[in-house]
Design a protein around this ligand. Sequence first.
Ligand code: SF4
Ligand code: FES
Length: 338
Amino acid sequence: MKKSILPILTYSSIIAVPLFLFIYAISYIFAAAYMYVPIQALLGISLAIFCISNGIELFVYKTGTKNVLRLSRHEVDQTKSTISHLVGSKSTKTITFNVKRFNNKEKQLELHKYKVQVDKFTSVLTALLKVKSHSDSTLSIRCSCNMGICGSCGMEVNGKPVLACETNVLKNVKEGDEIEISPMTGHPMVKDLVTDFDDFFSKHISVAPYLERKNKEEQYNAKEIYNQSNDDISKFLPYSYCIMCGLCLDACPVVNTNPQFAGPQALSQGYRYYADSRDQMGEARLELVNAPEMVWGCEFAGACSDACPKGVDPAGAIQLLKFEVMKNSLVGNAPDNK
Ligand code: SF4
Ligand code: FES
């Protein structure tokens, strides 16, 4: 943009205003000597100059014959595209949602097709809620926050586990403007797109997902702050972003073939608490996960880390936990930390 420091008060005004004030001052001096007629004449002249100069200024500004706030073609295009990105295009598209709904009585998935009008901002969750409100109120979905925080809207879109509220429809449509929606297969299905998380939470609890102090009195009535350095915090912080959405379990090939396996979410949380310098469970925490259905069940497929919407990297956490278990069995140096 060609910037003018003074877009309105440009040269003519800069000249006109002091001139007006100067003539006005002179008129006062003359007023004392020659009485009213010259004063009126001078005031009239100065006012006329002031008005004419500002009139010219306004004309120049309106017609753009001067470089006042004028944009180049490239800048106009850039501004238009920014505004259209912010405001959004009003164009909509009709997409066919092929929703595989779990029929609890028949114990099978049934295909239902819905046509939904979406724009470039519509998420899968918004589209499904539209279906529920306007076409088929029997469709069951679980959701809460609509902003990727509560972790309750997990489902499969085109066979990939995702959070429906964070998945854009138009970016995931397939040929023929269709999109496939189904419940997560890594969890027992309840109805339509809703799955049961009881087993998931039992596995989470099995790794003692809380800080444990040796002194119970101190644990519940702490008398001092447990200070941690940046280094202490960085050891567990990446794993503490888990929102318990269960997408990693759905993606995990081991969980899908061996339901006894604790799975990536629970084990990554096992490591999260082990790595926390405030925790004093030490060796007992490693014993909890030293079993075939715990860390040793992991085949390091890495699908869990790819699926995680929060970048937790459960696969990496399990390998770190395996290493700590091995180290402890060889040299027995699990820290009791404090
Ligand atoms: S580790 Fe990631 S994918 Fe797994 S439950 Fe937590 S947030 Fe969800
Ligand atoms: S509705 Fe909460 S994460 Fe999607």
